[in-house]
Design a protein around this ligand. Structure first.
Ligand SMILES: Cc1cc2nc3c(=O)[nH]c(=O)nc-3n(C[C@H](O)[C@H](O)[C@H](O)COP(=O)(O)OP(=O)(O)OC[C@H]3O[C@@H](n4cnc5c(N)ncnc54)[C@H](O)[C@@H]3O)c2cc1C
Length: 402
């Protein structure tokens, strides 16, 4: 049935923005409601995988995003003790994707581009509002009534469907009583960013590097202006002030790469990491997507990318409904496809990744590194590995789920 009332989208993160633009481009009316008074510019996800880049290209936003990012064709798994390096070249995926590389760009650049695009070219179908925090939802036979907090004033906005992209603490997920099952890691993760050219400290460093070590594993990621270093903290010590202190960060960075001066730190953040998946991604006319639906550790950059894939799928289902498809069947399929992929692939992969990176047993580390090197050296094995890690395989698998 033709969708005439707007699809309401709660939250203008990468997931909400993707859903909004895809629907607007299909001529479906949307209202994108952001709770804050501007788009957040915090440094969070900074890797777009080939699978997401293909979608971003279809939205017509690829050139603009690429102009603000760094093309990363190769990435590495390094063993800090032995110095062994396994380097994967995404170019082996050139027949599987139009974008055989990761794009290193901060997620706020993407959301800003899409927000502006909606205002500039789709204002006839899309309304975007700041200061509109979604607090609750009531479902009727043919739509949703969304309770919104607009600068301290309550109001109701009517729509056809609600897509909740309101992040990890999703008010909508709670309002429709969907449980968020899983666990929280005992340790927090620190991300420190420095403009120092860390590539001068390592031999042949790639733009994305996973570095294992029985004493302290870390991830080194390049964004256009900064190197970001992700380090786990000690789970036995609950002291954010310590982890964020100059002394601790400088000690860790000097341990990673000795230097005769302090590193300049532009940005630091400490956060808790969870592995959780919502019990269902659908409650009637309410769909949940992105961090509202699933959380995972950042090893592999699958949080924001998986969320963009949810948004793509959810918007696609609404487009099919708009074209006369069976709404119930399509929305249930969204739940099955995206939830199963998350459980079977994203959760398993990220949990395993972390377990192996932090393994204390040198034999386990050595075997893992040898595995990576064997796969990286063989084009067929490398392709199979990269199809998985770039999340192309999960999109193919999703199509098999009815
Ligand atoms: C500190 C930090 C670092 C991270 N680093 C990485 C990383 O290195 N790599 C990686 O892959 N992932 C990382 N992540 C995860 C990644 O940022 C998320 O997976 C991604 O942002 C999910 O996008 P989203 O749109 O679902 O949610 P969000 O980006 O959280 O966006 C939600 C939006 O909804 C708005 N909102 C919230 N509540 C409401 C409401 N009630 N009504 C209306 N609007 C609302 C928020 O203001 C926000 O704009 C990090 C996360 C954090 C917290």
């Amino acid at each position: 049935m033709k969708i005439t009332k707007p699809v309401i989208i709660a939250g203008a993160g990468p997931v909400g923005c993707t859903a909004a633009l895809r629907l607007a481009q299909a001529g479906i009316p949307v209202r994108l409601l952001e709770g804050l008074s501007d788009l957040p510019e915090t440094l969070r996800a900074s890797t777009f995988h080939p699978s997401s880049l293909d979608m971003i290209d279809e939205l017509g936003m690829m050139d603009a995003l690429k102009a603000q990012g760094l093309v990363c064709r190769k990435y590495q798994y390094r063993d800090r003790r032995t110095g062994a390096i396994a380097e994967f070249d995404l170019d082996v995926l050139r027949n599987d994707t139009k974008h055989p590389y990761r794009l290193q760009a901060e997620q706020y650049k993407y959301t800003r581009l899409i927000w502006d695009e909606l205002q500039k070219n789709y204002s006839h179908v899309a309304e975007c509002h700041y200061d509109h925090a979604v607090k609750g939802v009531h479902q009727t036979a043919d739509g949703v009534e969304v309770l919104v907090w607009d600068k301290g004033q309550e109001k109701i906005i009517e729509g056809s469907y609600l897509i909740a992209c309101d992040g990890a603490d999703s008010a909508v997920r709670k309002a429709v009583a969907i449980t968020f099952e899983g666990f929280t890691y005992p340790e927090k993760f620190l991300v420190a960013s420095t403009p120092f050219p860390l590539e001068t400290k390592f031999h042949n460093l790639a733009l994305v590097n996973y570095i294992s070590d029985p004493e302290e594993w870390l991830v080194l990621l390049r964004t256009p202006a900064l190197w970001r270093v992700l380090i786990p903290t000690d789970p036995k010590v609950e002291d954010d002030a310590l982890w964020l202190s100059d002394k601790w960060i400088q000690d860790r960075l000097h341990h990673m790469a000795p230097h005769d001066q302090d590193y300049e730190i532009i940005h630091r953040t400490i956060y808790r990491v969870h592995q959780r998946v919502a019990k269902t991604y659908r409650r009637g006319r309410v769909l949940i997507a992105g961090d509202a639906a699933h959380l995972n550790n950042p090893l592999g950059g699958m949080g924001a990318n998986g969320g963009i894939h949810d948004a793509w799928n959810a918007a696609g289902k609404l487009m099919e409904i708009n074209a006369g498809g069976d709404a119930d069947a399509l929305l249930d399929r969204y739940d099955r496809q995206r939830r199963l992929i998350c459980m079977r692939f994203v959760q398993e992969h990220t949990i395993n990744n972390k377990r192996l990176m932090e393994a204390k047993d040198p034999d386990v580390q050595q075997k893992r590194q040898a595995d990576f090197m064997r796969q990286a050296a063989d084009p067929e094995l490398a392709r199979a590995f990269l199809l998985k890690t770039s999340m192309i395989q999960s999109l193919r698998d999703e199509q098999q789920i009815q």
